[in-house]
Design a binder for this molecule. Structure first.
Ligand code: CMP
Length: 138
């Protein structure tokens, strides 16, 4: 089915100047960018986005990293977009990511791991609404 998923190019990848290279991977693999915006998240916005991880030991570092510089946020649309994007990203830990994936090619560590992507249909809905509330208003 045609799905939408939320994608974030994280501060490490924006700083490396590889937004275009990452967009090109989405586009050549059948994912269409149907909304996008650049933002420098506050700790409050980053913490709200990652609220499900609030009790995890890495939460504080995650929030401070995600608010350390600008990010590029987009909605990707396509056939099986959620799984397709996760496949293109590779494993959360770049050391474990398959060759040729975005994280294997552009990420440095599990914290600075270049991209985020929704992990399922329910989170995709919530995450898209978090950054693009207007998309849910018809
Ligand atoms: P992301 O897909 O954006 O979702 C949560 C982020 O937390 C994850 O990518 C990683 O960058 C970061 N993180 C740091 N440590 C861990 C961990 N042990 N397990 C999962 N995510 C982690």
């Amino acid at each position: 089915a045609v799905e939408r998923t939320l994608s974030i190019i994280k501060p490490d990848a924006v700083a490396k100047n590889v937004i275009g290279k990452i967009y090109s991977r989405f586009e050549t693999n059948g994912l269409k960018i149907v909304a996008s915006r650049m933002a420098w998240l506050s700790e409050r916005e980053a913490g709200g986005f990652y609220a499900v991880h609030k009790e995890r030991p890495f939460f504080k570092d995650l929030v401070s990293f995600m608010s350390s510089g600008p990010v590029m946020i987009q909605v990707l649309e396509g056939e099986n977009a959620i799984a397709k994007n996760r496949e293109l990203m590779g494993a959360t830990d770049p050391k474990k990511a398959d060759k040729g994936t975005i994280r294997a090619d552009f990420a440095d560590s599990i914290d600075a791991n270049a991209v985020h992507g929704s992990d399922g249909p329910d989170t995709a809905k919530v995450e898209i609404a978090y950054f693009f509330p207007a998309l849910n208003v018809f």
